[in-house]
Ligand binder design. Structure first.
Ligand code: GLC
Length: 408
């Protein structure tokens, strides 16, 4: 089994290879060949990975992430610091994208602060972060019920997840090319709507359990940061906002012992079996009793989620389940969330299990994750039935396994 020293060495190597410097900023690209730009939630993961061997790099990763913030608070999900000769056409017409990604930045900032409790760093990031969370609450609560929504599948980070098939008008089985084309059509709507969610939401609108869980957690962390920075009024306001979304999740998303993502402006339930229902474990939003039932009855089901090599992004018994890599297009055109294992999800689940006291199963998930790295290296995603590595190579997210080791 991969020991921590070897894992550390391999992680440092991948992160160093992928780290870039432009205009005085440093940031890390997820993969030099397939993803040569800075991505939002990737950089949050990178900051967490860096806390294990380079706390200055962790902070710089987040500084460069907020460097492309717009005056209204928006932070793009892709920042194209240097245009890539072939990938610039589709991904970076302008210098950045016009979409968001899962709002993990407050959590990542907290993790980057922890090693040396650097209050000056918190003070530096506080205003950009406060503006960003205010932007989300102002622009993305289109139904005005306290939940934020997404206007494109890519905003969830789970680009082709079956959660969005219905909204895109796709059947459970379709080609990677069809999925890509549908998402490209949405890009035209974004342009017509000038990136206003109030307009785009008429075509595509999903209130995701994952996005809202990360939002609630982020707002509570913002409250803690404001307290440390001696801003009691703002600390109180952030806590209020966190509580409002937490309550809205209960009111609108919670039935039959679990949270459900919603779609369309009528807020219909999304019933596909992905991993959204488990993200409130990471954010601590289930009661102990709810979590225990969910984990034992759903997560540990070996015909569904608890597979030989880890937890698949779409359950094995969902009609859309496909554990393989599409044989069409470039890697960046078909990241697949319809079955393969992605290391970020293993990591969320690991922390979720630990939070509710399932230490043995958390350790089992960690061992499976380490085996994937040992067997298949730092790949974009893995086949949950065979452990085969797929998608791009030299992909940074494998470094999250470092954050799963050494703590117990
Ligand atoms: C793919 C993934 C997305 C990630 C991006 C860069 O598009 O689906 O979650 O942020 O690659 O790694």
């Amino acid at each position: 089994m991969l020991d921590r020293a070897t894992l550390l060495e391999r992680t440092v190597h991948v992160m160093q290879q992928n780290r870039q410097r432009t205009d005085g900023h440093t940031y890390t690209v997820p993969s030099t060949s397939s993803y040569p730009y800075q991505w939002f939630w990737d950089s949050c993961f990178h900051a967490i990975i860096y806390t294990h061997f380079d706390s200055a790099a962790a902070k710089d990763e987040l500084r460069s992430l907020v460097a492309h913030q717009h005056s209204d608070g928006f932070i793009p999900h892709i920042a194209c610091w240097q245009k890539h000769p072939t990938l610039s056409v589709n991904l970076c017409l302008d210098d950045t994208s016009g979409l968001i990604q899962p709002p993990l930045i407050a959590y990542a900032t907290w993790r980057a602060y922890e090693p040396d409790t650097d209050e000056a760093f918190l003070a530096e990031l506080y205003e950009p972060l406060a503006k960003y969370y205010q932007y989300l609450l102002r622009e993305r609560d289109v139904r005005e019920i306290g939940l934020i929504g997404i206007v494109d599948p890519d905003e969830s980070g789970e680009d082709n997840s079956p959660r969005y098939d219905h909204l895109l008008g796709l059947p459970p089985h379709h080609s990677a090319e069809e999925n890509f084309q549908k998402r490209m059509q949405l890009a035209e709507i974004h342009a017509t709507c000038e990136l206003k969610a109030s307009c785009t939401s008429k075509t595509f609108w999903a209130e995701d359990v994952s996005m809202n869980s990360f939002l609630v957690q982020g707002l509570f962390i913002m409250s803690d940061i404001a307290t440390i920075l001696n801003k009691p009024k703002e600390a109180h306001q952030f806590k209020d906002k966190a509580t409002k979304t937490k309550t809205a999740m209960r009111t609108h998303m919670f039935t039959d012992g679990r949270f459900w993502s919603l779609q369309g402006l009528a807020g219909d339930k999304i019933t596909s079996k992905t991993l959204d229902l488990f993200m409130p474990l990471f954010a601590g939003l289930y009661s102990q009793q709810e979590a225990a039932a969910l984990i034992q009855n759903i997560l540990f089901d070996e015909g569904s989620y608890w597979l030989p090599h880890g937890v698949p992004t779409t359950a094995k018994d969902d009609p859309a389940f496909d554990p393989t890599e599409p044989n069409w297009g470039e890697h960046w055109q078909h990241p697949t969330w319809r079955g393969p294992i992605w290391m970020s999800m293993q990591w969320f689940l690991y922390y979720g299990l630990k939070k509710y006291g399932f230490h043995e199963k958390a350790a089992e998930l960690k061992q499976k994750s380490l085996r994937l790295i040992e067997q298949s290296g730092f790949r974009e995603y893995y086949n949950p039935l065979t452990g085969e590595g797929m998608g791009s190579i030299g992909f940074t997210w494998g470094g999250l396994t470092l954050d799963m080791t050494g703590g117990e």
